[in-house]
Design a protein around this ligand. Sequence first.
Ligand code: SAM
Length: 235
Amino acid sequence: MPGSIRLFVPTPLHEGAELAASAGQAHYLATVMRCAVGETVLVFNGIDGEWEARIATLRRDRVLLRAERHSRPQMPEPDLWLLFAPLKREATDLVVQKATELGVSHILPVLTDRTNTSRTNPERLTSITIEAAEQCERLTLPVIEQPRKLSAILADWPAGRPLVAALERAQAPKVPPVRGPAALLVGPEGGFTRSELDALRRHPLVVAASLGPRILRAETATIVGLALLQAADGS
Ligand code: SAM
């Protein structure tokens, strides 16, 4: 069903499951897409794969769907984390949207010495991940963690997960393609401070990596870094 409408629903999916669309989804189906009762859309919840669901009730403010057919099984996503220093609002939104499209499983906002802002808006970021997952045919949403200090993250970094740190002007090798668990760290617009760079270089699981000779904006660096990391298996 190419180009079908896809909706994230936070409820269990099985044959005959009755699903109430959110107010935003009802507006989209009834007013924007001008759907009709009896038409089908695709739904997913991050756990039960993708289902074809038929529109049973359609009002501008209320749409009910009934799940009918399992169209895709749940697929494992790449085990890839993104650590990024929160940016101005539009740039943060872009990073979260692109990270979702590029298959990131966990998004960890990192507070560095030069991080532009220490606050993120989890509801807003979650709604961005939902829209991006619906659009890119992904079957899960990335988990958005609470912002944490870089030093705290490094102190309890899990074994077995290389942390690829994008460092400009570091004479480091290009970001390597990886298989298995991995993470990408991108710094703030002002870059990492000297003491942060020292801490990163001392950490046994940090791999310093370059994104080329030009200094990229943090959001560009995120997109390029995630693409290069996944170049091995095309995820
Ligand atoms: N203000 C810094 C400077 O002028 O040196 C630049 C920081 S850059 C705008 C933001 C982040 O993007 C950096 O901390 C780094 O993680 C990443 N980045 C940008 N260009 C990069 C490159 N060529 N190689 C590796 N990382 C890069």
